[in-house]
Every structure is written in structure tokens, then in C-alpha cells.
Design a protein around this ligand. Structure first.
Ligand code: NAD
Ligand code: ZN
Ligand code: ZN
Length: 348
């Protein structure tokens, strides 16, 4: 009898995920099989399950790109990892390794990249097939549930902060203090920046203060932009927009200091108008940022291994996935939900 695994599957966009038993995949040449211990639930998984973006995954597929687990089987020719290693299977599931972007260590924009939990099955399953050349290597001392949010939310905000070019002692405004933003506040503090946190939920802002933000602004207040400009003495040198809301993008650009950089990482579907005169006359840089490279990932994890950053996690079993999605959609997840696979019995 073939062994089976439990997996949460998107069968149709916009419908509940179906949790069922399916066959455990076998690693082909150059692949590895990872037994999942934990997988974070990112807002991107919601966009994926709704088919929100122009580039869509093809149902049926298994979402989840914050999966952490133990390597349990190697396909032929694998030497980059060994059985027993703890790895993460991230959004950047694989890339070609030889295009101009891969050669420049910008594998995140490789035209042949595959995406975990999107174009390849992801971590909402008891086992994940992975590419050993692109997995995250989890440092000893970090548990699977602690590491899970770092391999997407962590690396995306760490890289996004670096992309703002803000220097120690300068201000960063972080808009959206959810899964991404609560880690962004911590990375920004660890990098020596002053943080102004922006969200529409006062509880998220209280959390940001506990994590070290010197200023907080509720984005719903009519003078939110002016309040950030005042708190940062003229606008933030760097702005990082993680909020899955188009309004936050207009606000974010208006909060940027002259000659500052506004980095976009939130991915609500759609476009937003750019105030050309302000952007041009104030010499503002607007920059997109997409997860992070393998080197960014190693640095992201090192901060946590050294105790400088800690994800705030709420553990749930795989069977709760649809409820977690609804809460995430309604803004009712305090920071990050992590699916804990020790909570759901393996089916054989
Ligand atoms: P989340 O739901 O955990 O957090 C979103 C936060 O934004 C919440 O705290 C919410 O209250 C806040 N928010 C909502 N509207 C707001 C507004 N108008 N102004 C300020 N704050 C507002 O989501 P998450 O997992 O942190 O993901 C956030 C976004 O980032 C999603 O669109 C996701 O797809 C995207 N994302 C992008 C990348 C990338 O590589 N660029 C990587 C991961 C996630
Ligand atoms: Zn993500
Ligand atoms: Zn490439």
C-alpha cells in the first residue's frame, strides 16, 4: 500500500481548501523529500487561493511557502543536503542558475523561477518535494515553528529594508504590522534604524511599540501622512509598504522624505496612481522588492539564531486552515499563524 499524507488543496479559486489524503510524492533526480514540521500562513497564500494576480497558479495545488521540515529522502545526484538536515522550502523554490539575473545573484527575478506553494506544491502538506539548491538551511537552535515565518515574512522585510537604503540612525516607516511588518520592525531595529509603525489596527500598533517602534500612526486617521512626517522630522528616509491595501501605497509615497526610497512589497491586486509632481520634485525612488536571495535568507536566519529577531507565532493544526484564511482576510491574525504538523496525526 502506498503511504499517504494529509494536504490542504486549492481545487478552485475562491473556494475553501480541501484537506484530504493524497500520495506522498517520490523525489526524482536532483530533488529531495522534506517531512514537514511547520508551515507559516502568509497573506500571499490567500492571494494564491483566490487567483488574485496576473500570473496564476493552476489548481489543484497545495499552497504554503514557509514550510520547515527534515530531509527524509534524496533523489539521485543530490549532494547539497543530507538526510536529517532541517531545511525550509521557500517561495523561491528554484531558479535556472545561468541567466543574467541568476549570474548577478538576483535569482529572485529569474524568468524560469518556480514558486513554492504556487507553481510547485507547498508546505500545507505533511511532505514537500524540494530543490536542494534553493532550500533554506535552518540554523541549529531555531525550532521549526520559530523558523517558519522567517523564510518568507522575515526575508522579505529584511531585504525590503535593505532596499530602502536607509542608514543607521535614520527613519523607516513600515506600513502594515502583520506577519511581515512585525518582523520588519525587529529587523529595522536590529539594523539601527528608527521605526515609525503604521497600521489600521491599534492592537498591531501596540505590538509594534512593544517591539521597539519609537512612533506609531493609525493609517485611518485623516492626518496620518502628516503625523508620520512630523514624527520622522520631515518624512521617513525609507518606507516599507507591506499592507495588502492600495490606499497604503498612496500614503506610503506621501510619507517618504525628499530623496528617500519607498519600497513596495505588499501585493494587493490592482494599480495605484503615482503623484508624479511630488515624486519628481522630491526626487523619490519607488522600488519593488520580491522576497530575497539565498544570501539574504542566510542573513535573515542568522539574526534570529543570534536572538535579535523573534517571530510571534500562533500554532494551529492543518485542519484549521480555512478558519485561519478567514481570520487573515479579516485582519484577525495578531502576527503569524504557523501550521504545526505535530498537532495532526500522520495518515498511512
Ligand atoms: P497580514 O495580513 O499578516 O498583515 C497585513 C497587515 O496590514 C495587517 O496588520 C493589517 O492590519 C495591515 N493593513 C491593512 N490595510 C492597511 C492599510 N491601509 N494601512 C496600513 N496597514 C494596513 O499579511 P502579510 O502576510 O504580512 O502579507 C502582506 C502583503 O505582503 C500581502 O499582500 C502579501 O502577498 C505580500 N507579500 C509580498 C512579498 C514580496 O516578496 N513582495 C512576500 C510576502 C508577502
Ligand atoms: Zn509569503
Ligand atoms: Zn535564472
Amino acid at each position: 500500500m502506498t503511504k499517504k499524507m494529509r494536504a490542504a488543496i486549492v481545487e478552485q479559486f475562491g473556494q475553501d481548501l480541501v484537506v484530504q489524503n493524497i500520495e506522498i510524492p517520490a523525489p526524482g533526480p536532483g530533488q529531495i523529500l522534506v517531512k514537514t514540521e511547520a508551515c507559516g500562513v502568509c497573506h500571499t497564500d490567500l492571494h494564491a487561493a483566490r487567483g488574485d494576480w496576473p500570473l496564476k497558479p493552476t489548481p489543484p495545488f497545495i499552497p504554503g511557502h514557509e514550510g520547515i521540515g527534515i530531509v527524509v529522502a534524496l533523489g539521485t545526484g543530490v549532494s547539497a543536503v543530507k538526510e536529517g538536515d532541517r531545511v525550509g522550502v521557500p517561495w523561491l523554490y528554484s531558479a535556472c542558475g545561468h541567466c543574467e539575473h541568476c549570474l548577478a545573484a538576483w535569482e529572485t527575478v529569474c524568468g524560469e523561477a518556480e514558486f513554492g506553494g504556487y507553481t510547485r506544491n507547498g508546505g500545507f502538506a505533511e511532505y514537500i518535494l524540494a530543490d536542494p539548491n534553493y532550500v533554506a538551511h535552518i540554523p541549529a537552535g531555531l525550532s521549526a515553528t520559530e523558523a517558519a515565518p522567517l523564510i518568507c515574512a522575515g526575508v522579505t522585510t529584511y531585504k525590503g529594508i535593505k532596499e530602502t537604503d536607509a542608514k543607521p540612525g535614520e527613519w523607516i516607516a513600515i506600513s502594515g504590522i502583520g506577519g511581515l511588518g512585525h518582523l520588519g520592525v525587529q529587523y529595522a531595529k536590529a539594523l539601527g534604524l528608527h521605526v515609525c509603525a503604521v497600521d489600521i489596527d491599534d492592537k498591531k500598533l501596540e505590538h509594534a511599540t512593544q517591539l521597539g517602534a519609537e512612533a506609531v500612526v493609525n493609517a485611518k486617521q485623516p492626518d496620518a501622512v502628516e503625523a508620520v512626517i512630523k514624527a520622522t522630522g520631515g518624512g521617513a528616509h525609507g518606507v516599507l509598504i507591506t499592507a495588502p491595501s492600495l490606499i497604503a501605497f498612496n500614503q506610503g509615497i506621501a510619507m517618504t522624505r525628499k530623496r528617500g526610497t519607498c519600497v513596495l512589497v505588499g501585493l494587493p491586486p490592482g494599480d495605484f496612481p503615482t503623484p508624479l509632481f511630488d515624486v519628481v520634485a522630491n526626487c523619490i525612488t519607488i522600488r519593488g522588492s520580491f522576497v530575497g536571495t539565498r544570501q539574504d535568507m542566510a542573513e535573515t536566519l542568522a539574526f534570529a539564531a543570534e536572538g535579535k529577531v523573534r517571530a510571534d507565532v500562533e500554532l494551529q493544526p492543518l485542519s484549521a486552515i480555512n478558519d485561519v484564511f478567514k481570520r487573515l482576510e479579516n485582519g484577525d491574525v495578531p502576527s503569524r499563524v504557523v501550521i504545526d504538523f505535530s498537532k495532526s496525526a500522520s495518515m498511512s
